[in-house]
Design a protein around this ligand. Structure first.
Ligand SMILES: [Zn+2]
Ligand SMILES: [Zn+2]
Ligand SMILES: [Zn+2]
Length: 140
């Protein structure tokens, strides 16, 4: 086992998932990508993999609390790795998603303060925060 692949393999085995080559490749790509990775780019990198296998791989990783959708718009869906707070039962993210209007990168950004929103007569389970603006590298 080389160092290169041990990270995805460990993640998969922690979730009782077989370390298939597609799963490993997808996780490695997302890990190496500096921000959340658009599905179109994952597809491009794995153009040897058939679309259904790739789609199912993504679904499995989502369900098992390994990756999450950072953003989804008309053009693309962005995926990012989950932290240790997620499990096979649920996702638990206390961070916001930020899309840069200049370079189009999408990042997970930790919140300095937890955001709590309460609505009368509604039960809020989860708050999704999508922010747009200029990212660190574009904001000079
Ligand atoms: Zn998650
Ligand atoms: Zn930017
Ligand atoms: Zn995120």
């Amino acid at each position: 086992m080389s160092n290169e692949t041990s990270f995805p393999k460990n993640l998969l085995s922690a979730r009782n998932l077989k370390a298939t080559s597609t799963r490993i490749k997808v996780l490695q790509l997302i890990q190496d990508y500096q921000s959340a990775m658009p599905y179109s780019k994952i597809q491009l990198e794995l153009n040897q993999t058939d679309r259904i296998t790739l789609y199912r791989t993504i679904q499995t990783l989502l369900e098992k609390g390994i990756i999450h959708k950072a953003l989804s718009n008309n053009e693309d869906t962005y995926y990012a790795l989950c932290g240790t707070t997620c499990s096979t039962k649920s996702h638990d993210h206390k961070h916001a998603h930020f899309k840069c209007t200049q370079c189009d990168s999408v990042s997970c950004v930790p919140l300095s303060q937890e955001v709590a929103i309460s609505l009368p007569h509604f039960k809020v389970d989860r708050v999704n925060i999508h922010l747009t603006g200029l990212c660190e590298s574009c904001y000079v």
